[in-house]
Write a protein that binds this ligand. Structure first.
Ligand code: DI6
Ligand code: FE
Length: 404
């Protein structure tokens, strides 16, 4: 942040700011003034106020600038991996069969409990670096593979440390209500009351929690159990979000909306009443095509309904060792377009402006005066190119808090 104020000029800036009426909020032949890590001014170069004209200027030529990307739903911190389950699934076992046989989330819980904080951090950094290399500047990281107080806190500490050693911001979500651990099998209520809620209080006391999440599903927790956790979140002043309607419809999105949730995530089985509830509470819908793809799900999230009701749609990797071993947010954007028929503009809004909404973050996600100077500079001319290519990374460089 110590850098002197400077100007970036560029052929195309996709600001993603709704104040600019062009598609993608695009400005052509544009300039940005970067000062104190923030965007001081952005607009057409010809309109730049004279006060700024003396500043040192860097020309990015024919490149494209967008807000740096935001991955608003990840489980990037976890122990071990589940490549063997991948093989089992290819031989015909379903995700639910594997979970019932003691695999699935519970096998990652074992590996996560066994790993040290340093080991977990190290393992996560490989995936985090892949995200940064694609222009990501803010990553949400969930707990939820500890399912005991010690390990839930260990995961969250590792998540916080990512932002200390890498040029990236991290938002944490406490996901103690992710699965019932084996030692509480058949006793989900007791787990919620004696482990999950006390762990949430302890994590919050240590400043480790930015939001509270849950997995609302028959194989995880029912709405009244999630509600008990959310009541504590409200008491602690923490926002909530929910894995809702991923495998069935238990009314999770409605429940989340009734708590003013930041987001409802997955939502393949969401119905119109659920969409209306999200619209009324201004809750974002987080679309996770990596999980849909990996699980070979056939039920698509109700994209047209979400669009028609004006629900902001975000797109994320869901990076996790089981249902979405995906660390490429660009590929998630491509999948959102090809599998779910989002437009490339919606996909980019989903990893910038709307991803910020899904995290309750107001200082980034668009290029506008006063926002953080977190930018991605691409070797591309049109923003649709970001969603269009598969397995190609056009990032030239990323600017993080004004620093190149
Ligand atoms: N939904 C998911 O897709 C992940 N968690 C969740 O609640 C799956 C996590 C895993 O299989 O390890
Ligand atoms: Fe998830």
């Amino acid at each position: 942040m110590a850098e002197q104020p400077y100007i970036l000029t560029c052929r195309n800036v996709a600001t993603m700011d709704r104040a600019n009426p062009a598609p993608y909020g695009e400005l052509v032949e544009a300039s940005m003034v970067i000062e104190n890590g923030l965007i001081g001014w952005v607009g057409k170069s010809a309109d730049m106020p004279p006060d700024y004209r003396h500043l040192k200027s860097r020309d990015l030529g024919n490149r494209l600038v967008t807000p740096a990307l935001i991955d608003c739903h990840t489980h990037v911190v976890s122990g071990g991996n589940r490549a063997q389950e991948f093989e089992m699934r290819l031989q015909g076992a379903s995700y639910e069969d594997i979970a019932k046989a003691g695999g699935g989330i519970v096998s990652t819980v074992k590996a996560t409990r066994a790993a040290s904080e340093d080991e977990m951090l190290d393992d996560a950094l490989g995936r985090v670096d892949a995200m940064i290399a694609e222009g990501v500047s803010l990553i949400e990281v969930k707990s939820g593979y500890g399912l005991d107080q010690e390990t839930e806190l260990k995961m969250l500490r590792a998540a916080r440390r990512i932002a200390e050693i890498r040029p990236v911001r991290v938002k944490t979500s406490f996901l103690g209500a992710h699965a019932v651990p084996p030692e509480y099998s058949g006793k989900a209520d007791a787990y919620i009351d004696t482990v999950c809620i006390p762990a949430l209080r302890a994590a919050q006391a240590e400043g480790l929690v930015d939001a509270v999440d849950g997995f609302c599903e028959k194989i995880a927790f029912l709405p009244d159990q999630i509600a008990r956790v959310f009541d504590v979140a409200v008491e602690l002043g923490l926002p909530v979000k929910l894995h809702a309607e991923q495998l069935s419809n238990l009314g999770g999105a409605k429940l989340a909306a009734s708590y003013g949730a930041l987001s409802a995530d997955h939502i393949e089985y969401l119905d119109e009443a659920g969409v209306r509830a999200l619209a009324a509470s201004k809750t974002a819908a987080v679309i996770l095509p990596g999980a849909y793809y990996t699980l070979r799900e056939t039920r698509m999230p109700p994209i047209a309904l979400l669009r028609n009701h004006g629900v902001p749609m975000a797109v994320a990797t869901d990076c996790n060792p089981g249902s979405s071993p995906l660390s490429s947010l660009l590929l998630a954007m491509n999948m959102a377009c090809t599998l779910f028929r989002l437009t490339p503009e919606e996909a980019l809004a989903g990893t910038t402006r709307n991803a910020a909404l899904a995290l309750g973050v107001s200082d980034s996600g668009v290029i506008a005066a006063g926002k953080r100077a977190d930018l991605a500079i691409w070797n591309a001319q049109h923003p649709a190119e970001l969603s269009y290519r598969i397995g190609f990374n056009p990032l030239e460089k990323r600017i993080f808090g004004g620093e190149t």
